[in-house]
Ligand binder design. Structure first.
Ligand SMILES: [Mg+2]
Length: 414
């Protein structure tokens, strides 16, 4: 049976955590089964017990998943068996919820918090940026220590400083990127120069337990108390996709737009504007409001009061909030899906249902919106005649990103 510390020490700093685990004194639970690895010999220090023969454990530099989880982002290459991991997940989350009234927040880097380009890939119209790094603190040269050839420039997303400070009052913050470790650490330094916000919780590609997928098992947290901000839901393992708030991608540089096939028009860098000039405000300001709402509901909502905090599930809060966005509306699609695709399997159809609206294939008086590829379809004409909303599909995408019904007039059908 798992032993739980009643009042846990502060685990939300990786150095504290390692110290805490190493001391292992004055606790109700036993951490003698931890595996600290001696960096010189690659052998376990005395007391390590990972439950497998030593030769198998340290045949390589890695500890395989079968004999525990290797938390590469924690100093001393801490390898923990599954029981200890479970205990730490529970304790860390319980401590956060009860003693700090915080949830966990996992942040992706590229296209979520910032945008990076190789200097070599900058366009002639972006050259002026190379002289702006002194005056614009959201624009920085980056030199990756391990890879001298990597000369980069990074643009931080508008509103990032306020976002990080305010979000860190409600959440224990971690970075999780599929970039390499050296890059992740450099970005963490840019975002959090004083190491006050992330406290060493910087997870990179090599820490993942799955190739090319992110998974919450490397975070010392219960999945039920984690919110993720990422520009891609699909990069997460299916089990963790309900934790994700999908962000609209932040593209500042030309190379970033090109990589995603967005070659129509000039990028922000060349227009000498930023997301906040186009978006009706910084997107991070919008998502901060959403996070505040989620936090308030999680800790205060009457319907959740019957549960112990530790048993609450923030994924349910996300679902409930999303269902409110288009609740009561009925939507018909017109020429939006390819003819060979069954309508109710299309991602847009599912997105509308997640937003709380119902979908239909036929028009009838209960329909409130026609989402159409153009204004000349039969259903589009019906919408105009009947005084229903007629919008293009982007209305759904933007409503989904903003978690708020968008003004229909901004999404006309042409
Ligand atoms: Mg990303």
């Amino acid at each position: 049976m798992m032993s739980v510390v009643t009042v846990s020490p502060i685990l939300h700093n990786i150095d504290n955590l390692v110290g805490y685990l190493k001391r292992g004194r004055g606790l109700d639970c036993d951490y003698s089964d931890l595996g600290f690895i001696d960096e010189r010999t690659k052998r376990p220090k005395i007391g390590a017990n990972l439950g497998v023969p030593e030769e198998a454990r340290f045949a390589s530099d890695e500890i395989s998943r079968s004999c525990g989880l290797r938390l590469g982002y924690i100093p001393k290459r801490l390898g923990l068996n599954d029981d200890v991991i479970d205990r730490l997940h529970n304790e860390n989350t319980k401590n956060l919820l009860l003693n700090h009234k915080k949830l966990h927040l996992v942040l992706d880097l590229d296209h979520t918090l910032l945008n990076t380009t190789f200097l070599d890939n900058m366009s002639p119209d972006e050259e002026y940026l190379k002289t702006q790094t002194q005056s614009d603190h959201s624009l920085q040269y980056v030199h990756i220590v391990d890879t001298p050839s990597m000369q980069l420039m990074t643009k931080l997303r508008p509103y990032i400083r306020t976002f990080l400070v305010q979000a860190s009052q409600m959440f224990e913050m971690s970075i999780y990127t599929m970039g390499n470790r050296a890059y992740a650490l450099e970005m963490a330094k840019l975002l959090d120069p004083g190491n006050q916000i992330f406290g060493g919780r910087v997870i990179s590609r090599s820490d993942s337990t799955e190739t090319d997928r992110k998974r919450l098992d490397v975070l010392l947290a219960r999945d039920s108390a984690v919110v993720i901000l990422d520009d891609s839901k699909d990069v997460w393992t299916t089990d963790n996709q309900d934790n994700v708030i999908e962000m609209p991608r932040y593209h500042f540089f030309r190379s970033s737009c090109q990589k995603f096939g967005l070659s129509n028009g000039k990028p922000y860098s060349e227009l000498k504007i930023d997301e906040c000039d186009r978006f009706g405000g910084a997107y991070l300001a919008n998502v901060l409001q959403l996070l505040k709402h989620i936090h308030t509901i999680f800790f205060n909502e009457v319907e959740l009061q019957g549960w112990d905090l530790i048993d609450r599930d923030v994924r349910l809060v996300l679902k409930i909030l999303k269902k409110e966005v288009l609740k009561g509306y009925r939507i018909v699609f017109s020429h939006v899906f390819p003819s060979n695709v069954q309508a109710d399997t299309h991602p847009l159809w599912k997105m509308v249902e997640e937003l709380g609206a119902t979908c239909s294939t036929q028009v009838d008086p209960s329909v409130t919106h026609v989402v159409a590829a153009n204004a000349r379809t039969q259903k589009s004409c019906w919408a105009v005649k009947e005084g229903k909303f007629l919008v293009n599909p982007q209305w759904i995408h933007t409503t989904n990103f903003m978690w708020q019904r968008q003004p229909e007039d901004n999404f006309p059908c042409h």
